[in-house]
Design a protein around this ligand. Structure first.
Ligand code: GLN
Length: 280
């Protein structure tokens, strides 16, 4: 069997051609450009078996990132596995907004602090916390998750990337001392509604990270409701949410007393994160 034959077999399984090439490159330890130049080479039997197994898993809907064990997020190579949600490019919108606030929020605000206190609630692979620490090394970053298995993944990513982040286990604010205050709170919580048909396609990822059940807003309600005692005056709270939840999240923030409530759009132009500033 040649490389071209192996790719043709993947096409017959209806695998995306790019996925098939990247999986073959992963098995052979070669870049795509090499595969293209060597497509009449014979594929060694071990590699052929490993490749076929990966193709079968991909065809059964397993995320590509789990098959290769890695996903790039905001310029960082993160290791990922079934204990954590695969980081999405949409979430880079939240990180970019956070970095802008850390750099520019004026007088008495975030940019004035020598070491702004940042927390990522529901960190999963550590994507948000690590991206912020990477780009803003002066920030003191804490990351919380209910799942010990997720925290182990996040901690390993931090160690491998040489980024110092404090990890804490627990549910949202309960993971933190009652008097611990922050300048910036970030979260990509589970927000898919319990009955959303899209959940079927996401069945390989942890349900805990995807949906709180019900209308999908319970985790966001808990984060907003518990926030005030944990916020310095002028702190910002930024939340990722579903494309149709911006108005509901903005209303929750306004009712809780947040000011300057605004929504940012993801790369596809969908309203994806909403946040506000705590008065002071
Ligand atoms: N954005 C993810 C998706 O729709 C969901 C992430 C989440 O619930 N936080 O696939």
């Amino acid at each position: 069997m040649t490389l071209a034959d192996a790719l043709a077999r993947a096409a017959a399984q209806r695998l995306d051609r790019l996925d098939a090439q990247l999986l073959l490159g992963h098995v052979l330890g070669r870049p795509r450009s090499w595969l293209i130049a060597h497509d009449s080479d014979a594929l060694p039997p071990d590699a052929a078996r490993a490749y076929a197994a990966l193709c079968d898993r991909r065809a059964a809907g397993e995320p590509f990132a789990y098959l290769v064990g890695e996903r790039e997020f905001h310029g960082l190579a993160l290791q990922v596995g079934p204990a954590v949600l695969v980081p999405r490019p949409d979430t880079e919108t939240l990180v970019d907004w956070a970095l802008t606030l850390l750099a520019t929020e004026p007088a008495g605000g975030l940019a004035d602090r020598s070491s702004p206190q940042v927390v990522d609630l529901g960190t999963g692979s550590g994507a948000i916390a690590l991206a912020v620490k990477h780009r803003c090394p002066g920030a003191e970053v804490c990351a919380v998750d209910l799942s010990e298995a997720a925290l182990a993944v996040a901690q390993a990513n931090a160690t491998r990337l040489g980024l110092v982040v404090e990890f804490r286990a627990g549910s949202w604010w309960q993971a933190l001392p009652g008097d611990r205050r922050f300048d910036l709170v970030l979260s990509n919580p589970p927000y898919i509604a319990g009955e959303d048909p899209h959940l079927a396609a996401l069945r390989h990822e942890p349900t805990l990270a995807l949906t709180p059940g019900g209308d999908g807003l319970d985790a966001i309600r808990a984060i907003v409701a518990g926030a005030p005692p944990h916020l310095h005056a002028g702190a910002w709270l930024l939340l990722e949410h579903g494309w149709d939840q911006a108005d509901a999240v903005a209303a929750l923030l306004q009712q809780a007393g947040f000011e300057a409530v605004a929504t940012h759009r993801d790369l596809a132009g969908r309203p994806r994160c909403t946040g506000g500033r705590w008065p002071g």
